[in-house]
Write a protein that binds this ligand. Structure first.
Ligand SMILES: [Zn+2]
Ligand SMILES: [Zn+2]
Length: 288
């Protein structure tokens, strides 16, 4: 196994809180893979990053609760509803005493503030985010820039092909690399050189596998990809493991288990991400 759940304080750790795309799925047929929309916890050692604020963010917030860091960074792939729906229900925002910073890269340098204020305002929502007890700050950047944080951490970003744009993220910590590449439509030819460079050598690539190859032709232009394209990307980039993510809300457990079997036959270290799944990549010595 390439990963294990470990207490290694220096590990790069990933936990999936929401893996479903577009809209929640619920009920018995979706129990194994889960129904929450995108939210991934990334820990570089103890340092917390949250990628996307889909409904999975509510469960992460409940676990963090009063133990949440005083400053919390939420990195948006983009602002489509499935990626922001958990934001006003995030417990650390409701408990107060926190600064919650959002980062958005697909608005040409503008922050998410104006867009979020349009959604989280009456009559669509009873309050605005800035009326919640914790303080929100919204940071805009241009996808492709490196995000640099006050505590010295840096996260690389890349623009992705998606309606209204989206941003991919690359986390590097103690010799380990995890990339979040969701809400992307594959291009032709595939994979593009900039994306291959971006995920080169990654220990884990989290990739948008919303459609099967059979479904894709009638969903062309919707901004999503297939697990087969994820494998092609990982092979070209020498990436070690692949997590299929942004799962179609109509793909139930039996459908996803069947996809996973085919996926694993093609790439043994690949899997379909499950809500609640935790991975840990132990620190490795970096070259001197
Ligand atoms: Zn989405
Ligand atoms: Zn989207």
């Amino acid at each position: 196994m390439l990963w294990r759940v470990s207490d290694d304080a220096d590990a790069l750790r990933i936990r999936f809180w929401g893996v479903r795309g577009s809209v929640c799925a619920s009920g018995q047929p979706f129990r194994e893979f889960g129904g929450h929309t995108p939210c991934v916890e990334v820990r570089c050692g103890e340092r917390l990053f949250i990628v996307d604020a889909g409904t999975g963010l509510t469960a992460l917030g409940n676990e963090l609760a009063t133990g949440a860091p005083e400053e919390i960074d939420i990195l948006f792939s983009h602002l489509h509803l499935d990626h922001i729906a958990g934001l006003p229900f995030f417990k650390p925002a409701l408990l107060g005493g926190r600064v919650i910073r959002t980062y958005c890269g697909n608005l040409g340098g503008a922050s998410a503030k104006e867009a979020l204020d349009r959604v989280y305002a009456p009559p669509i929502f009873p309050v605005r985010l800035d009326q919640l007890p914790s303080q929100f700050e919204h940071v805009g950047f241009r996808s492709g820039e490196t995000l640099r944080f006050a505590d010295g951490y840096a996260v690389d970003t890349l623009p992705l092909q998606h309606p209204n744009g989206a941003t991919g993220y690359r986390f590097a910590h103690k010799g380990r690399i995890a990339c979040y590449i969701s809400d992307i439509e594959h291009a032709d030819p595939w994979p593009p050189a900039d994306l291959v460079r971006f995920v080169a050598g990654a220990d884990l690539v989290i990739y948008d596998g919303m459609f099967s190859e059979e479904e894709y032709p009638r969903c062309r232009g919707w901004g999503h990809s297939t697990w087969n394209k994820g494998i092609e990307l990982c092979r070209a980039a020498d990436a070690k493991a692949l997590a299929i993510f942004h799962l179609h809300p109509a793909h139930d457990d039996s459908c996803l288990r069947a996809s996973e079997e085919r996926l694993r036959a093609a790439m043994p270290s690949a899997f379909v991400a499950r809500e609640g799944q935790a991975l840990s990549f132990a620190a490795v010595a970096e070259p001197a």
